[in-house]
Design a protein around this ligand. Structure first.
Ligand code: PMP
Ligand code: GLU
Length: 397
């Protein structure tokens, strides 16, 4: 049967983040006391005013297809949001709303990529970039970063990776899985290189924009006017508003990209869910201070995780500045035998933690480096304390 599937599909892997979380859910349903630190999914309720807007949308009769690119008032609100929070100027004709940032990103890749085009992706990377690029029959060109540089690429690395086949550069800041946030100056340096190659597009994934722990709001690379025509800014409601299941993502981009995404979306999904779009109007109209309570909580959890990690001998890690993941190097455990099992890589360590501690994490192999483990702290403090206590007793034997 398998070889009757398209080559494209045969080359596609399951999402490791989603698979691990499904496994954790399954074990939980079987009665195991699993603590799931695998998925990047906030555990808050969406804000009340957003929930009320969706209930009102049902009562007001928003039951029908919307314009393919989204309701026009939503696109206007997105433009206001981009200006208010990111100092980016977009017109509604430069906006398209999609079914999650995942669809936004896939639309862009399908719009731009031909077979064997190259896409530069800094590693560690979010699991789906790599697979999506391969699905488009293009070539992911991976730039390795290091903890010494806080997992950020250096300008010379970017320049060295560019060839005449390079079509796109993908940047995630704040970054999933490392929690790194590029500064204004760092992005400026990258932009100086990119402006020399006007045919290379830049996909700036800013879905963790509001989840950052330093005072300064993260910079959007699109603010550098010389590369503005090259930049596609991706965002969504999943993380900042704790609305993962509502599936709202959007981009601000040059019109030719938006028109192409509109064409694809018109054939694939017609439009994004109407009720969720009405909720998005209310969410994005609100100023970021209305979601500050979640960020304060994430920061407390981040600090708690850092304290608890220090207690675990063998984890090497840095201080994440954003998102809600910590990404320790766990290679200290490779070659060691723990609970009768010899550990060779992060996949095996993650499995051991699931079996012995009943804590679900994701192996760094999902993100391009299997010396690491990704641990999400989008869970309550109680669960974090319990999870790390169990991890410590499993590893420090
Ligand atoms: N980009 C990054 C970096 C992510 O971690 C995720 C995971 N949710 C997405 C995009 C996709 O988000 P969604 O489709 O839920 O909007
Ligand atoms: N983005 C989240 C994560 O990395 C959700 C799962 C997914 O879309 O990959 O865990």
């Amino acid at each position: 049967m398998k070889n009757r599937l398209s080559h494209r599909l045969q080359n596609l892997s399951y999402s490791q983040t989603i698979s691990m979380s499904a496994k954790a859910r399954y074990l939980k349903s079987k009665g195991y006391d699993i603590i799931n630190l695998s998925l990047g999914e906030p555990d808050f309720l969406p804000p009340d005013f957003v929930l009320n807007a969706s209930k009102k949308a049902i009562d007001d009769g928003y039951h029908y297809y919307t314009p393919v690119s989204g309701y026009s008032d939503l696109k206007e609100v997105i433009c206001e949001k981009f200006y208010r929070d990111n100092n980016l100027r977009y017109n509604p004709s430069q906006i398209i709303v999609s079914t999650g940032a995942k669809q936004s990103i896939m639309n862009v890749l399908l719009s731009l990529l031909n077979k064997n085009d190259e896409v530069i992706i800094p590693s560690p990377y979010w699991v789906s970039y790599f697979q999506m690029v391969k699905f488009c029959e293009s070539i992911p060109v991976i730039i390795q970063t290091s903890m010494d540089h806080h997992f950020k690429i250096q300008p010379e690395q970017l320049e060295k990776s560019i060839t005449n086949k390079t079509k796109l550069f993908i940047l995630s800041t704040p970054c999933n899985p490392t929690g790194s946030v590029y500064s204004y100056q760092e992005l400026k340096e990258l932009s100086k290189i990119l402006q020399k190659y006007p045919n290379i597009m830049v996909l700036s994934d800013e879905i963790y924009e509001h989840i950052h722990y330093d005072k300064k709001h993260p910079t959007s690379i699109g603010i550098f006017s010389d590369i503005y025509p090259q930049v596609i800014t991706v965002n969504g409601l999943s993380k900042s508003f704790s609305m993962t299941g509502w599936r709202i993502g959007y981009i601000g981009a040059p019109e030719w990209i938006v028109n192409s995404c509109d064409k694809i979306q018109g054939q694939m999904t017609s439009c994004t869910n109407s009720i969720a779009q009405r909720a998005a109007v209310s969410a994005l109209k609100s100023c970021p201070s209305k979601i500050k309570y979640m960020i304060i909580e994430f920061k407390k959890r981040r600090n708690l995780v850092l304290d608890m990690m220090k207690e675990i001998h063998g984890f090497e890690f840095n201080k994440p500045k954003g998102a809600f993941y910590i990404f320790p190097n766990v290679s200290y455990f490779f070659g060691k035998t723990l609970h009768g099992k010899r550990i060779h890589n992060a996949d095996e360590l993650s499995e051991l933690l699931l079996d012995q501690s009943q804590v679900a994490t994701v192996s760094g192999s999902a993100f391009g480096n299997d010396n690491f483990l990704r641990i999400s702290y989008a869970s309550s403090e109680d669960k974090i304390i319990e999870a790390f206590t169990r991890i410590k007793s499993t590893l420090n034997i």
